[in-house]
Each structure stands twice: as structure tokens, then as C-alpha cells.
Design a protein around this ligand. Structure first.
Ligand code: CO8
Length: 260
């Protein structure tokens, strides 16, 4: 696939997808959203990748938000459609069959933070900055920010971040549990690659089932979540990967997982 606003590379079954609008700090316009939608639609129908790293071009921004310059064209009637289009694309990211790591190298503001939160987890450079500044523009987050942020950090802190519209440091975001790890800027790519490589060695099927248990279970009561966990555990038991993983351990060798 040929994209103008995305760059994609893959090696050893690890993909790196870079949002590429350097002159606008990688802000999400209609084209970026559409290309992201196409990319994840293709990924979700078939992929040989084991893990994807999502990042922004340059060293200043992950994504500085939705494109504010397009804001003027949106009114009451088109607002719902605008929000739902972005929500659908970000949901496709959350539903991805492989883990998606957000490598946040700079500003992750508004739609940029919402994009990072749709990924499996966030690894941040110590220079990264996080915030949902929509209220400073007279609007509110609309790509899942009001829903995902409270699930990451709890209702009280989410209300503070959203109502102040302030920008917060990578360390603050880590202290809240929004960011999984903070590393020096020069080590961001290497750290994400190391995590992706670790994931790539595991059974793709087991990784997928385990992620489903966490993500879907989070929205359920504990009793329902435990039921879901047992169901997914049973599915893993009918897999070739389970046979291979257990045999490899007994035979003291590295497993060769196929994801079946
Ligand atoms: N949209 C469009 N262009 C942007 C955006 C953006 N979100 N962010 C930066 N840019 C552009 C700037 O306009 C500038 O372009 P130009 O050189 O042509 O003027 C270029 O990127 C570089 O930016 P700055 O010169 O401003 O760089 P600074 O280092 O001085 O500042 C900041 C960096 C602090 C990140 C600053 O650019 C900023 O405050 N950006 C806006 C951040 C923001 O408010 N993001 C949230 C947007 S709202 C949102 O995401 C929710 C959905 C809203 C709906 C939108 C409807 C379409």
C-alpha cells in the first residue's frame, strides 16, 4: 500500500509505522485518519507481523493533535460524524490482532494522546509531553479521550487532565500509570524494539488471547472476567502453539510458534 502521510517498515516480523507530517507536528488530518484506517483494516484482515510500533516523524512530536486548521469547517451537524470516524479508526487499533506499542517521542496532545491510548501501551521519551488541551479550544476530546483516559488513570486524575487542558511531563504520566516506561530520547527506539522482540518470541495466539482477556475483561465484572479468562485459556489448549510450547520446554529447546 502507498501512503503519503504514513511510512511503514518491517524487519523480523516487527513493523514500525510512522505518522509523517513533519511540518504540522504530525497532526491528524482527514488523510492521516483515512490512511491509518486503511492500514489497520489490512492488518486486521491478515498479517505476518508479531508486533507493531507506532510513532511520529521527527524528534519533536508523536502527534500534536487533530488538525486544528480543519476545526472551522465542523459544525453541530458534522460533529458527530467527525468524532465517530476517528473513534472507529482508533477502535481498529485497539482491536488489532497484534500488540501495538506507542513510541511517544515528543508531544502527544489531544488526538495524539487519544491515538497513543488506543495502543496496547505507551513507551515514552523523557522529552515527551502529554495532554488533552481541547477545552482551551472550546471543544472536548472526541477520539475516545474522555473514555480511555479514565480507564488508564482513574476518574479523578482524568477529570483534572481534561478540565485543566494542561500539558504534563512523561514522568508525571508514568507516575499515573498512563505511560509504561520512560527512557532517554536516544534509547526510545531501541527500548521499543527490545520489547517488540520479546513479544515476537512468544506464541502469537497466546499473546492475542491474553490481550483479549485483559482488554475485554476490563469492561466486565470480576466474575464475568474470570469466566472470559477460563474460556480463552481453554481455546489456547486446543492450539498447535500450546503443544509446541510445552514440547519445547520438555525437550529443552526454543519453541517455534506458528500462531495456530
Ligand atoms: N493542528 C494543525 N497544525 C498544528 C497542530 C495541530 N494540532 N499542532 C502544531 N501544528 C503546526 C503549527 O501550526 C505549525 O505550523 P506553521 O509552521 O505552518 O505555523 C507547526 O505545526 C509547528 O508548530 P509550532 O510552531 O506551534 O511549534 P511550537 O514548538 O511553537 O509549539 C505545540 C508546539 C505546543 C505542540 C503547539 O504547536 C501547539 O500548541 N499545538 C496544538 C496542540 C493542541 O492543541 N492539540 C490538540 C488539538 S485538538 C484535538 O486533537 C482534539 C480534536 C479536535 C478536533 C479537530 C477538528 C479537525
Amino acid at each position: 500500500m502507498n501512503f503519503e502521510t504514513l511510512k511503514f517498515e518491517a524487519k523480523d516480523q516487527i513493523g514500525v509505522l510512522t505518522i509523517f507530517r513533519p511540518k504540522a507536528l504530525n497532526a491528524l488530518n482527514a488523510q492521516v485518519l483515512s490512511e491509518l484506517g486503511q492500514f489497520f483494516e489490512a492488518l486486521n484482515s491478515k498479517t505476518d507481523l508479531r508486533c507493531l510500533i507506532l510513532t511520529g516523524s521527527g524528534d519533536k512530536a508523536f502527534v500534536a493533535g487533530a488538525d486544528i486548521k480543519a476545526l472551522a469547517a465542523i459544525d453541530r451537524n458534522s460533529g458527530t460524524e467527525f468524532a465517530q470516524k476517528g473513534q472507529q479508526v482508533f477502535q481498529a487499533i485497539e482491536d488489532s490482532p497484534i500488540p501495538v506499542i506507542a513510541a511517544v517521542n515528543g508531544f502527544a496532545l489531544g488526538g495524539g494522546l487519544e491515538l497513543a491510548m488506543a495502543c496496547d501501551f505507551i513507551i515514552a521519551s523523557e522529552k515527551a509531553k502529554f495532554g488533552l488541551p481541547e477545552v482551551s479550544l472550546g471543544i472536548i476530546p472526541c477520539y475516545g479521550g474522555t473514555q480511555r483516559l479514565s480507564r488508564y488513570i482513574g476518574k479523578a486524575k482524568a477529570r483534572m487532565v481534561i478540565a485543566t487542558g494542561e500539558i504534563y511531563s512523561a514522568q508525571e504520566a508514568k507516575d499515573w500509570g498512563l505511560v509504561a516506561e520512560v527512557v532517554v530520547a536516544e534509547k526510545l527506539q531501541e527500548k521499543c524494539m527490545d520489547i517488540a522482540a520479546a513479544i515476537s518470541k512468544r506464541s502469537p495466539l497466546a499473546v492475542r488471547l491474553a490481550r483479549r482477556a485483559v482488554t475485554d475483561g476490563f469492561e466486565l465484572s470480576q466474575a464475568e472476567g474470570l469466566y472470559l479468562e477460563a474460556e480463552l485459556f481453554a481455546q489456547a489448549f486446543s492450539s498447535e502453539d500450546k503443544t509446541e510450547g510445552v514440547n519445547a520446554f520438555i525437550e529443552k529447546r526454543e519453541p517455534k510458534f506458528t500462531g495456530k
